[in-house]
Design a protein. Structure first.
Length: 139
C-alpha cells in the first residue's frame, strides 16, 4: 500500500500474492459486547466498541466506543438514551447473566424479560470466577 496505486498487482503473481496480505495496513478490531441488538443494515466501522446490552438502530453507522446499555442511531450514531440507570447498569454487568448456564437462564427468564433487575439479583453470578467484558462476576 506504499505505491502510487492501491490496485493489488500481486494477484497476478502467485509467489508475490502469498506475502501480499502482510503488506496491507492492519485494521482495528471491532468489539461487540454481550447481549447487543444490531438493527438491519447497520454498519460497525473498524475499531467500533459496543458495550454490553447496546441497541443499534437500523442503518446506523457506528464509530468509537459506545457505553453499556445505550440505545444509539444515526450516521454517525449517537446515544439516543440509556436503557437503565447507572446503578442498574453496574448491577447488570455484575451479574453477567449472559454467562449463566442454560438452566439458570431458564429459571430467570421471566425476570430477564421483564427487566426485573431487583429479582435478578437473587440469581447470583456464574459459578466460576469469570471476567466479563465489562467488570467481573462475583462467585
Amino acid at each position: 500500500m506504499d505505491g502510487i496505486s492501491t490496485y493489488p498487482f500481486a494477484i497476478y503473481d502467485p509467489a508475490r500474492f502469498a506475502t501480499y496480505r502482510a503488506t496491507l495496513p492492519r485494521g482495528k478490531d471491532t468489539i461487540i459486547g454481550n447481549d447487543c441488538w444490531i438493527g438491519r443494515e447497520a454498519m460497525l466501522m473498524p475499531g467500533a466498541k459496543l458495550g454490553n446490552g447496546v441497541i443499534v438502530g437500523a442503518r446506523s453507522v457506528v464509530n468509537g466506543t459506545i457505553p453499556d446499555y445505550a440505545i444509539i442511531a444515526g450516521n454517525s450514531a449517537k446515544v439516543i438514551r440509556m436503557r437503565f440507570s447507572d446503578d442498574q447498569i453496574a448491577e447488570l454487568n455484575r451479574i453477567c447473566w449472559w454467562d449463566w448456564d442454560d438452566e439458570k437462564i431458564s429459571a430467570a427468564t421471566e425476570a430477564i424479560e421483564a427487566a426485573d433487575i431487583e429479582n435478578s439479583r437473587n440469581f447470583n453470578c456464574h459459578p466460576k470466577n469469570h471476567q466479563g467484558s465489562r467488570g467481573s462476576c462475583e462467585q
